[in-house]
Ligand binder design. Sequence first.
Ligand code: APR
Length: 241
Amino acid sequence: MRLDLAPTDDVFVLTGAGISAESGVATFRDANGLWENHKVEEVATPEAFATQPVLVWRFYAQRRAQAKTVAPNPGHRALAALEARLGDRFYLATQNVDNLHEAAGSTRLVHMHGELFKSRCSDPACDRAPFVDDRSDFSDGLPRCACGELERPHIVWFGEMPFEMHAIKRRVQRATVFLCVGTSGVVYPAAGLVGEMAYRKSMGERVRSIYVGLERPANAAQFDQVVLGKAGEVLPGFLAA
Ligand code: APR
């Protein structure tokens, strides 16, 4: 099975934890959404950071340390190769905070849920920009901004607005092909993007949406095609030139 692309096609790709699973990064719902018996939703929130910043930083320090040990898999590489072919007719929005798409060579991508290897000041009024940060040892205390406030992971927590939503929506609106890979389709607004394609199709536009992943996502009914399988096994053939 191969994705047929015309020279006029414009491809929007949305990826989730499943694309990094074969690289050894645990998906969220895999571990029952638990970390050390805490629900991830209890650690990845502004409220948790306000009340238990040490716990929250320990969670992200562990994830940083683990992320340093992983490498891109054939799924990431197939998407980077597709971008090399399509240039500006390709756009990738990932929900993942790891940097495996970049490591595979992707450049036209946004991290809608933030980046594990960046931090920023926790004070929204501080004008310091987010910065690259791979520290994972906070035994000497939590990192503080020059303004005095704690630094925080540059991650979109539950209850916070994903990054780049305007740009993402514009790209979905101009896309003719929506390819979604390895996401359970339960976390919004990402899970709602395919609905835009379904709507445009219902209005007579020639657009397609395809899901690739291990199991049917919660929003499977909105896709034109669901391809079941591992991203690293399906994508190289599916996206071959
Ligand atoms: N190839 C393709 N898909 C896979 C693979 C694989 N090798 N392994 C697992 N999957 C699929 C699972 O079947 C599941 O549907 O990937 C999906 C992963 O789902 P989640 O763990 O829910 O991850 P995701 O959808 O990315 O989570 C969305 O939730 O916790 C928040 O902000 C966090 O970005 C995250 C968001």
